[in-house]
Design a protein around this ligand. Structure first.
Ligand code: PLP
Length: 432
């Protein structure tokens, strides 16, 4: 029986991808295939799998049937053609870039990044000989100006904190397509509400650790291939995809995938980077993310609705100097948010306390329901004071350039009842 084609996120989250029921047992829930290896039918079958004449299970470092359901389901939800799940969001970012770059190459990245990505780009990639050119997303043309013949991709986050100004996805994707450069989007903070591939991005990645999991139990990441970028036409800009690959008996990835569809980028990542660097997602964690995914569209609705109410509430509070959330932005920032986000403005929210550093710390210490953690995207509400934690190694000036002032508090609004969220914020504000 063929599966109907669904397009609505609520349905895709439950029915999208490769799974209907387990062919052996009829199990409706996706089984956890907690195995390292898979028995070949015969030597011909084994040879076909290794030769990529047939796609199938070999060894769990390379692929796994539980993980495959997560990959095909998220690919469907993002509107891509295929995906690769990996051990963390950090490894997803690393793989997304390293798949295209060799020493001596460069990429152009937005300055507005998660701190872990910043470190990876500014220090670890630099040590590998990959240069990252940082560009202020306020001026999308900066991406074109920073591009040269060895620029392999552009990189940005949909809704980067602490500034929470939505990245101009369509503009930079269009600039990239004119230059023959693909845009890779970290969509961790905006699953369901933003579809970067539909806006012209070529690749999307997520830290599944955040909203996709939602329960805060597992670390993971995923890269989705949009199948919408012509790597072959890019010729010498993409040597890793268009030149013979000595690590896979001289295969040229853009040619080898022709019978399989436009999956050169993601297949090369699986068969070389995942094979060699080994950052595989555990099948149990893939199962946990599938559980999270089932309610993701519903949760995002509630996350976003709650955040909207918190933004309005804090905007009217006498101890709050400023609220940072797309719903209260004006001008170009608001235009960008409205162009890229549909069905919600996200659930990350910042606010500045008039009392500065001491007020920020006192507020955090007074919270009773919000968890004080360095995380986002949990079903529970979370809070942190960046100036004394995540950004404490930076000078006050450098903190300010990233958008962190001494009194800045970052909230990740959860799905609890809005009355309880506001009550906890109010009683903590009373103690400031
Ligand atoms: N991207 C963003 C936007 C993040 O917030 C994070 C983690 O906080 C990551 C990537 C890295 O993900 P992970 O912690 O799963 O490695």
């Amino acid at each position: 029986m063929t599966k109907p084609v669904f397009t609505n996120p609520e349905t895709l989250a439950l029915h999208g991808g490769s799974h209907r029921a387990d062919p052996t047992t009829g199990s409706v829930a996706v089984p956890i295939h907690q195995t390292t290896s898979f028995q070949f039918q015969d030597t011909g079958h084994a040879a076909r799998l290794f030769g990529l004449a047939e796609l199938g299970n070999i060894y769990t470092r390379l692929m796994n049937p539980t993980t495959d359901v997560l990959e095909t389901r998220i690919a469907a939800m993002e509107g891509g053609v295929a995906a690769l799940a990996v051990a963390s969001g950090q490894s997803a970012t690393s793989f997304a870039v390293m798949n295209l770059c060799e020493a001596g190459d460069n990429i152009v990245s937005s300055t507005d990044l998660y701190g872990g990505t910043w470190n990876l780009f500014a220090n670890t990639f630099k040590a590998f000989g990959i240069e990252v050119r940082f560009v202020d997303p306020a001026d999308p043309e900066g991406f074109a100006r920073a591009t040269d013949a060895r620029t392999r991709c552009y990189y940005a986050e949909t809704l980067p904190n602490p500034k929470l100004q939505v990245f101009p996805i369509a503009e930079v994707a269009a600039i990239g397509r004119k230059q023959g450069v693909p845009l890779i989007m970290d969509n961790t903070a905006a699953p369901v509400i933003c579809k970067p591939l539909a806006l012209g991005a070529a690749v999307v990645m997520h830290s599944t650790t955040k909203y996709i999991g939602g329960h805060g139990t597992s670390i993971g990441g995923i890269i989705v291939d949009g199948g919408n970028f012509d790597w072959e036409a890019g010729g010498s800009r993409f040597p890793t995809l268009n030149n013979p690959d000595p690590s896979y008996h001289g295969v040229v990835w853009t040619q080898a995938v022709k019978p399989l569809g436009p999956i050169a980028y993601i297949l090369k990542m699986r068969t070389t980077l995942l094979r060699d660097l080994g950052a595989a997602m555990a099948p149990f964690n893939a199962f946990m993310f599938i559980q999270g995914l089932e309610t993701l569209p519903l949760r995002m609705e509630r996350h976003c609705a709650n955040a909207l109410k918190v933004a309005a509430h804090l905007s009217a509070h006498p101890k709050v100097a400023k609220v940072i959330h797309p719903s209260v932005q004006t001008g170009e920032a608001k235009r960008r948010a409205e162009a890229a986000l549909k069905g919600g403005m996200g659930a990350l929210l910042g606010f500045e306390l008039k009392g500065g550093l001491e007020a920020g710390q006192a507020f955090i210490n007074a919270l009773q329901m919000f968890y004080h953690v360095a995380n986002i995207g949990d079903a529970r509400s979370l809070a942190i004071h960046p100036a004394s934690t995540t950004h404490s190694q930076l000078s006050v000036e450098d903190q300010a350039s990233t958008g962190v002032t001494p009194g800045y508090v970052r909230l990740s609004i959860g799905i609890e009842h809005i009355d309880d969220i506001l009550a906890d914020l109010d009683q903590a504000l009373d103690k400031v």
